[in-house]
Design a protein around this ligand. Structure first.
Ligand code: MD3
Ligand code: FE
Length: 217
């Protein structure tokens, strides 16, 4: 049983109702997770997607799981295939699924069944502007995010783009669960500061686990 109130890793930091940081929850498995990311990227390479507005995203992305998140001139969506290769995404590794379900459970989401894992790669200067995640069908399911490699400043806003943001540093092994009333908050990542991480080199990686398709009842 994990003691959430000790001062050793992991420790919890509530952010807002429904949102909690599980600091360093994945610290000890971070190296393994990064090696698995590289295996996935060897099959389905990181790509800079184009937004519907025609901009090239500074973040490079790939996916694993039954559904992968994708953007092009026609919009944002989940698909069963990588549109570059027309092949299915690599399956979600058992270690990824176990970590996502463990984190969700610690945050009180007992039957999280992710079918999509988006893998974001940030190089120095890459950022993600404030946005909401609302392409998923069942918004009662949380999102679990895992930070790996270089640290980044995460922005956590309100329900309007213009609402004030909290800024939080996310570091390797930090896991955040976003659900309930926080699921539709605006959020983003400030431009990555250059650096060298012993496990990840010049990059930050983020895994986001989602239930993208319909949950089966
Ligand atoms: C808060 N990724 O891929 S993860 C994204 O670090 C995304 O790569 C960021 O935002 C990253 O969509 C942030 C943290 C995160 C993910 C989903 C959320 C925070 C969230 C959904 C609702 C509220
Ligand atoms: Fe997001």
């Amino acid at each position: 049983m994990l003691d959430l109130f000790s001062d050793e890793a992991p420790w919890t930091e509530p952010l807002a109702p429904g949102a909690v940081i599980l600091r360093r929850l994945a610290r000890d498995e971070a190296g393994d997770l990064l090696r698995t990311v590289m295996e996935i990227a060897a099959v389905n390479p990181f790509q800079h997607r184009i937004t519907p507005g025609g901009y090239r995203m500074s973040v490079a992305m790939t996916n694993c799981g039954n559904l992968g998140w994708y953007s092009d001139r026609r919009g944002y969506r989940y698909s069963e295939q990588d549109a570059e290769s027309n092949r299915p995404w690599p399956p979600m590794p058992a270690s990824f699924l176990a970590l996502a379900q463990r984190a969700a459970g610690l945050a009180g989401f007992k039957d999280f069944a992710p079918d999509a894992c988006l893998i974001n790669r940030y190089a120095p200067g890459a950022k993600m502007s404030l946005h909401q995640d609302k392409d998923e069908k069942d918004l009662s399911q949380p999102i679990v995010s895992v930070s790996l490699g270089l640290p980044a400043v995460f922005q956590f806003g309100g329900f309007e783009r213009s609402d004030a943001v909290q800024r939080v540093l996310l570091e390797q092994g930090d896991v955040v669960v976003w659900g309930g009333p926080s699921r539709l908050r605006f959020h983003g990542i400030q431009p990555l500061k250059p650096g060298v991480h012993p496990d990840a080199g010049a990059f930050r990686y983020n895994l986001t686990f989602r239930r993208a398709g319909m949950a089966h009842f």
